[in-house]
Ligand binder design. Structure first.
Ligand code: OVV
Length: 406
């Protein structure tokens, strides 16, 4: 940055300090007014509560995501800086890694969750969605979170991974712990970690090669050891990544989509008229609700961002949900529109770390919304939706609905 650019003011623009706590229950209950404040305060803000920088506008969130060597992941993508604090679990070999280490592990998971593999599981995932809708049509009134958003992924994903039937009740609590642990040392994080031992023990055991059924995603990861792409020590940790990030995310993604379609009957009608819109309706729900709300990066050098200068070793909090509704980037950002051109949304991230499981997520979302659209005439919310609070994930705990058959 040249000194001349600031000749009239004598220095770079001051970074606004805000006393917002983006990990407080009150913020989670309704983040949208505060997202506006964060975006409007400037391209980069400083959050005094946690001593971190924040970016909430699309342009800066996108810029940070796409400069992974300056805004690194290897020092953790939560508030904790792994260079200063011991991580609560051994770091992920993909999420919490930078190139060149990241490149090889990413390639492995990318191939395990490839378009070819999606072709192989598609019919099974679609049949399970139809079966779930059969069951819901028998009930008529049910909880769209427990009985749909959780029940559907639980009916396919653990089997697709090759997990044994015993102990699966640990999966959602473990994922919830992982996503709470990205946050600051608040009650959500501390209580989750205090209660984590049984969930961690279950996960560690299921990551072992002998506990993963042949043909599943887990066995496919271990098979890469035989090809010399990864070591026998790395394989279980890569399975752990799927167990950490593969279930609660799709639960909240499908939950978001059903919540959108239940609240916006005109969009539900458009989906019923043309069920081929299912995949975009799911994608738009990921933009609109942003089930993964935030991730951090850590600066590896002094860097200029949006006219502000950030020193080395600073945490930068990216508000993915705010970027996905930034009026500087999106027309009618607060409208759920199933025909919107959603490409460019950062609900799955962007750049080298962009969700490696995105094809699995989209497949689940598409086949479930397609089944709902073809077989259900009406979805009515019949009780107060209850929110589930997590330091990273946005979603509901309960959504009472009544459906009418087509
Ligand atoms: C994207 C994500 C979330 C949580 C955990 C992981 C990845 C992991 O790699 O363990």
């Amino acid at each position: 940055m040249s000194a001349a650019s600031f000749a009239s003011t004598g220095g770079p623009p001051a970074i606004p300090h805000l006393d917002v706590d983006p990990f407080a229950i009150g913020f989670f209950a309704d983040p949208f007014p505060t997202h506006d404040v964060l975006r409007d305060a400037g391209p980069v803000v400083y959050l005094d509560k946690w001593n971190v920088y924040g970016v909430a506008r699309y342009a800066e969130v996108h810029a940070v995501l796409n400069d992974p060597m300056t805004f690194c992941s290897s020092r953790g993508v939560g508030l904790s800086d792994f260079k200063k604090e011991k991580p609560w679990r051994p770091p992920s070999l993909i999420l919490e890694a930078d190139p060149p280490a990241h490149t090889r592990t990413r390639a492995v998971l990318s191939r395990v969750l490839s378009p070819t593999v999606m072709k192989q599981v598609r019919d099974r995932f679609a049949a399970a969605a139809e079966e779930r809708v059969d069951l819901l049509l028998e009930k008529r009134s049910f909880d769209a979170i427990a009985d749909l958003a959780e029940a559907y992924p639980l009916s396919i994903f653990p089997d697709a991974l090759g997990l044994r039937p015993e102990g699966r009740e640990h999966l959602i609590p473990y994922a919830s712990l992982v996503f709470n642990a990205f946050g600051p040392p608040n009650q959500l994080r501390q209580e989750a970690i205090e209660r984590s031992a049984p969930h961690q023990a279950y996960i560690a055991e299921q990551c072992q090669r002998e506990n993963l059924a042949p043909g599943g995603f887990g066995a496919c990861i271990h098979a890469r050891v035989d090809e010399g792409e990864i070591t026998a020590t790395e394989a279980p940790l890569l399975v752990r990544s799927l167990l950490s990030a593969g279930l609660d995310t799709t639960v909240n993604g499908i939950g978001a989509a059903v919540y959108c379609l239940a609240r916006f009957p005109d969009q539900w009608q458009r989906l019923r008229d043309d069920p081929t819109l299912a995949r975009n309706a799911f994608e738009e729900a990921v933009r609109f609700e942003s089930p993964v709300q935030t991730f951090f990066r850590t600066t590896t050098r002094e860097v200029e961002l949006g006219g502000a200068v950030i020193g080395e070793g600073e945490k930068v909090l990216m508000f993915l949900g705010a970027a996905n509704r930034d009026p500087r980037r999106w027309d009618k950002p607060d409208t759920y529109d199933i025909t919107r051109r959603t490409s460019g949304h950062v609900g799955f991230g962007s750049g080298i770390h962009m969700c490696v499981g995105q094809l699995v997520a989209r497949l689940e979302g598409e086949v479930m919304l397609s089944a709902l659209a073809r077989r259900i005439a009406k979805i009515e919310i019949t009780g107060e939706p209850k929110r589930r609070f997590n330091n990273t994930l946005r979603g509901l705990d309960s959504l009472p609905v009544t459906i009418t058959p087509a």
